[in-house]
Design a protein around this ligand. Structure first.
Ligand code: ADP
Ligand code: ADP
Length: 219
């Protein structure tokens, strides 16, 4: 399956992607994780991205689209993928469509996670990530690790993202409304969107997502 996850920052995209990717046997591709890993390794791409990620603005399309395409070219994405955080504006959505058209494949669905803004702010304020693998996500109260400050999966140290502060979350939410939400209508016009509530426990949301994607697949 080829799926795109959309939803405001803090909706639970990364959290759900971990489970969905496993259930569906497809790779989880997060442009946010790719940028963070480039930044922590000090690559040229990371240096270009950092001023944008740390202020909550979108990294320019030419950098982002090239990085996403490179990742999609890797062998594990040939038969399917779960894109998390890409596309994030209309230019990126059009670039992805052109890329898929070239490969003669199409998206199977766009899963839209809906969550009220006050919940987003609470989720982001308590978010902690694993410094070692970057992909495992915790919350200090909603989804705490077994040992405080330590990743359950790989034992890495947990940290708080520098863009998970209230002022930057506000910028990211504005960017979401103005730049990312329009892609939902773009995909609705292609009849690809399934919207679910991202409220409830992580397991409840995963179950809802699997049902919705099952429905998307049978269309
Ligand atoms: P969140 O999980 O809070 O939605 P991400 O980890 O997806 O945030 O993204 C973190 C930051 O990385 C964004 O605020 C933005 O600066 C950058 N970024 C991630 N994906 C994209 C993208 N598709 N286009 C441009 N910038 C991106
Ligand atoms: P996104 O990738 O959309 O920015 P994350 O998956 O990183 O969102 O989740 C944001 C925060 O909310 C994390 O701290 C995560 O542990 C927590 N979280 C995710 N799903 C839920 C849920 N269903 N209920 C409560 N907290 C959640």
């Amino acid at each position: 399956m080829r799926i795109v996850l959309v939803g405001p920052p803090g909706a639970g995209k990364g959290t759900q992607a971990q489970y969905l990717a496993k259930n569906l046997s497809i790779p989880h591709i997060s442009t946010g994780d790719l940028f963070r890993s480039n930044i922590s390794q000090g690559t040229a791409l990371g240096r270009k991205a950092q001023e944008y990620t740390s202020s909550g603005r979108l990294v320019p399309d030419e950098v982002t689209i090239a990085m996403a395409k490179d990742r999609l070219e890797e062998a594990d994405a040939a038969e399917g993928f779960l894109l998390d955080g890409f596309p994030r504006n209309l230019g990126q959505a059009e670039a992805l469509d052109a890329y898929l058209r070239d490969k003669d494949v199409t998206l199977d669905g766009v899963l839209d996670l809906e969550v009220p803004e006050d919940e987003v702010v609470k989720r982001i304020a308590g978010r902690r990530l694993c410094r070692k693998d970057g992909a495992h996500v915790y919350h200090v109260s909603y989804n705490p690790p077994k040992t405080e400050g330590v990743c359950d999966v790989c034992g890495g140290e947990l940290y708080q993202r520098d863009d998970d502060t209230e002022d930057k979350v506000r910028v990211r939410l504005e960017v979401y409304h103005s730049e990312t939400e329009p892609i939902i209508d773009y995909y609705k016009a292609q009849d690809l969107v399934v919207t679910i509530s991202a409220l409830g426990t992580v397991d409840e949301v995963t179950r809802r997502a699997m049902e919705a994607l099952g429905a998307a697949e049978s269309v």
